[in-house]
Ligand binder design. Structure first.
Ligand SMILES: Cc1cc2nc3c(=O)[nH]c(=O)nc-3n(C[C@H](O)[C@H](O)[C@H](O)COP(=O)(O)OP(=O)(O)OC[C@H]3O[C@@H](n4cnc5c(N)ncnc54)[C@H](O)[C@@H]3O)c2cc1C
Length: 506
């Protein structure tokens, strides 16, 4: 039986990102995936919001994605566009990039890291005891691991094996989505009627007449096989013609239902991505939420399997990420409720749209949809507003020259940043090594401005977790620093930093 520290079940966006995070932290990780390669039959998700783009920037890989897609103001709420171009981030936009292209670029990066792949393998069950977990594969093979993570999508076998409830809302409507060709020029764009929203858009630049059709069905039908006949019928009902639809290369169905795992952890089994939360694609937040689950979990799991942090650190994963997906689900439920072109609903939609003209609601929803407003509850309301929020990618002047904050996060290591004024910064003195936590004295002119919140006071020092969220701010002689270091990175890391700070001060 093959043995790994962590087995990730499912190599979609979430599983790939998690495997990369674990490999960056030096963990022995394997991915089990039933697909023979990264190809997807259809385009699926249309892109990423700003915070997910930042997360890729934190790992130094964002240019690979930006150069393959198109940046644009993609955030919208129930059809009203929300411009975030004035948000304080290097990426005040979304990225239009189909999921199949996204996955192949991500897989290329993972291929550069020490990640084992078991492809063409189907997970059928996962069992666990006090000593470890076993992943059962369809051919009878088994893999053993200290921890198993289910990144195996909405119908997750891992979630079912762990006995984790997946409750929520049944779909009230379903839509067919298809990539096909038409014999006649189709009516491109969005069309609304009493059923809701439909659309036809060109794909592959419209070459060879390929289009993506999304058409809402007359009745919610989550079970029947989606067929070309059904797509053509629905197109005739909406547009009066199917424009000669033929040659489908992908047909699927999605609904406005939503479900979330009751817990993200049962012992040695954890869930991330669609295995933990599914909802309507409206708003386009599904893939990004899964990727950010992975970035929250990866470093924690790595520290637990190496013994540098206690197993209880894993509980912070669900505590932080469950509310995030719950909020995304709430947003998708609200948006799908506002979709139908019924006069009363249209009146509410118009009022919402009129409110979004004002700056405060625009910023608030823009922060929510882009994910740039995320704050994990790490220390009560009295702490500095940075705590729990994402660290801005500010320009720094360091002993090794000008750097950005994110450039220190490429390797997935924690960062203790001491912010001095120019006069005190000894640029000639590299600091001694502090083990896993990087200690970097720097100067920073700011501006210390957070999305939605605005300007905040510049901190004296900041402890940044590998996922880019701030764990602590204060002065280096604050005893709370030692507590934060131990809480997040274990006692050995805490001792190493304290010893280094003492050496620097001496
Ligand atoms: C039509 C549509 C449009 C969407 N649009 C957007 C959008 O615009 N923006 C957005 O962010 N999100 C969108 N989404 C959602 C997005 O596609 C998902 O949130 C995303 O794919 C989730 O990634 P994941 O890795 O968690 O799960 P998945 O992508 O489902 O990956 C799961 C992986 O596990 C593998 N697997 C499953 N079961 C097993 C098993 N038993 N054994 C081995 N392997 C297994 C699968 O082959 C797959 O590779 C859309 C989804 C759909 C369907």
């Amino acid at each position: 039986m093959d043995k790994h520290a962590v087995v990730v079940c499912g190599g979609g966006p979430t599983g790939l990102m998690l495997a990369a995070e674990l490999a960056l932290a030096g963990t022995d990780v394997a991915v089990v995936e039933r697909r023979p390669n990264q190809d997807l039959p259809g385009s699926r998700a249309g892109g990423l919001h700003a915070r997910t783009i930042e997360v890729l920037d934190q790992r130094g890989i964002v240019d690979r994605f930006l150069s393959a897609g198109t940046t644009a103001q993609v955030a919208s709420f129930a059809g009203t566009s929300i411009d975030i171009s004035d948000f304080p981030t290097r990426h005040p936009y979304g990225l239009a990039l189909w999921q199949n292209a996204f996955e192949s670029i991500l897989a290329e990066w993972v291929g550069e890291l020490p990640v084992a792949f078991h492809r063409r393998e189907e997970v059928t069950d996962v069992t666990q005891d006090d000593d470890g977990a076993i992943v059962h594969l369809s051919g009878g093979r088994r893999l053993s691991a200290q921890y198993v993570v289910g990144c195996d999508g909405g119908r997750s076998v891992v979630r079912k094996a762990a006995g984790i409830a997946f409750e929520g809302w049944e779909p009230t409507t379903t839509s067919l989505i298809a990539e096909l060709r038409t014999r006649e020029a189709p009516q491109l764009g969005i069309k609304r009627d009493a059923r809701g929203q439909h659309g036809i858009g060109p794909i592959d630049g419209g070459d060879d007449g390929w289009v993506r059709v999304v058409v809402r069905e007359a009745h919610a039908d989550d079970d029947a096989e989606p067929t070309l006949e059904a797509v053509r019928e629905a197109m005739v009902e909406v547009w009066g013609t199917d424009f000669g639809a033929h040659d489908p290369r992908w047909i699927s169905r999605f609904g406005d239902g939503a479900r979330q795992a009751a817990t993200y952890r049962a012992g040695r089994i954890l869930l991330a991505g669609d295995a933990a939360h599914v909802h309507s694609p409206v708003g386009g937040q599904g893939m990004g939420t899964g990727l950010q689950d992975a970035v929250n979990l990866g470093w924690k799991l790595a520290q637990v399997v190496t013994g540098s942090s206690p197993d209880s650190l894993l509980d912070t994963y669900g505590a932080e990420r469950h509310p995030v997906a719950a909020r995304v689900i709430q947003g998708t439920l609200a948006q799908t409720a506002l979709m139908p072109d019924e006069p009363r609903i249209g009146a509410v939609r118009d009022i919402v749209a009129s409110l979004l003209v004002d700056d405060a609601p625009r910023r608030r929803l823009g922060g929510m949809l882009s994910g740039l407003d995320l704050r994990y509850e790490l220390g009560g309301r009295a702490v500095h507003p940075l705590v729990g929020r994402r660290m801005p990618d500010l320009d720094l002047e360091t002993a090794s020259g000008p750097r950005t904050v994110f450039s220190f996060l490429h390797g997935g290591r924690p960062l203790l940043l001491e912010l001095r004024d120019d006069a005190n910064l000894d640029l000639g003195q590299p600091t001694p090594d502090s083990g896993r936590v990087q200690f970097i004295p720097a100067t920073c002119r700011g501006p210390w401005e957070l999305p939605v919140l605005g300007t905040v006071a510049a901190p004296e020092a900041v402890l940044v977790r590998p996922d880019g969220h701030v764990a602590w701010t204060g002065s280096l002689d604050d005893p709370a620093l030692e507590v934060a270091l131990e809480t997040w990175f274990g006692s050995a890391a805490s001792r190493a930093v304290v010893a280094q700070l003492a050496a620097v001060a001496a």
